[in-house]
Design a protein around this ligand. Structure first.
Ligand code: MG
Length: 254
């Protein structure tokens, strides 16, 4: 099923998307919820990020081809960093190009959405703790990331975490086509079967370090083809079985 969160009549609501119709739900998608009698059209709502993570745990250099293009050695274990919850952005939201950067990049990624509080989860049990999957763009100020040596500033600006358009709960994450577009130019095209560390392995690895809460996301890394975006560009992350996440680059909003 495809879960969406959206604004409708100035209220935040969630529902199940089927085609271009949304069945509005009562309750919290991560606990008790039931369908209501209300059906609205997708074109009647404004989609929001499908969950509100307390943190986004991101994995760097998790596709062999991307590690090569960055001239980095293949990691022996997952390279983990965080994006703050304040970076969250919506489908069709504006990504602000920071005035202190001259090299803003897109990174198309599969995001794992956690469904249950997770600590010391074994890879074999990871499915029980995963709610579903969504598209993410790990927007990166590449010049700041490289200059700083650690990644919080370059990847942590407000608006640098677009998620959406929905959470798909019935999906095998191991063989998904993943694409990244800037305007009409295909920049990234790969498959999650090129991941160095698999989704279940990542759930075990991350939950060995920190507690994951319902709605938290793990960004699984980006394939090769990352590159610059300019003010005015439209950037799209597309993952088979989930959908397309589109955002627009604007000059820094102050
Ligand atoms: Mg990334």
């Amino acid at each position: 099923m495809k879960y969406v969160r959206f604004l409708w009549k100035n209220e935040v609501a969630c529902g199940i998307l089927s085609g271009d119709r949304i069945n509005i739900l009562q309750g919290d998608i991560f606990s008790e919820h039931t369908p209501t009698d209300h059906i609205v059209g997708l074109n009647e709502v404004k989609l929001l990020a499908p969950c509100k993570p307390s943190k986004a745990v991101c994995i760097g250099l998790n596709y062999r081809d991307h590690a090569e293009e960055m001239k980095s050695e293949l990691p022996k274990e997952p390279l983990m960093f965080l994006k703050p919850s304040s970076a969250l952005n919506d489908p069709d939201g504006e990504v602000c190009y920071p005035s202190i950067s001259n090299n803003l990049h897109h990174e198309a990624e599969l995001a794992v959405v956690i469904g249950k509080t997770s600590r010391h989860v074994k890879a074999a049990q990871a499915d029980e703790y995963i709610f579903g999957y969504t598209c993410a763009n790990d927007v990166t100020a590449r010049d700041i990331q490289k200059g700083d040596g650690q990644w919080t500033r370059g990847k942590g600006f407000d608006t640098f975490l677009p998620l959406g358009p929905c959470i798909e709960t019935e999906l095998d994450p191991h063989t998904l086509e993943i694409k990244g577009w800037v305007n009409d130019e295909l920049r990234q095209s790969s498959n999650t079967n090129n991941l160095i560390f698999s989704v279940p392995y990542l759930v075990e690895f991350v939950s060995k370090v920190m507690t994951l809460y319902p709605g938290d996301v793990i960004l699984t890394g980006t394939p090769s083809g990352v590159g610059p975006m300019q003010v005015g560009d439209k950037v799209t992350v597309e993952i088979a079985g989930i959908g397309s996440l589109q955002n627009h680059i604007v000059a820094e909003c102050e």
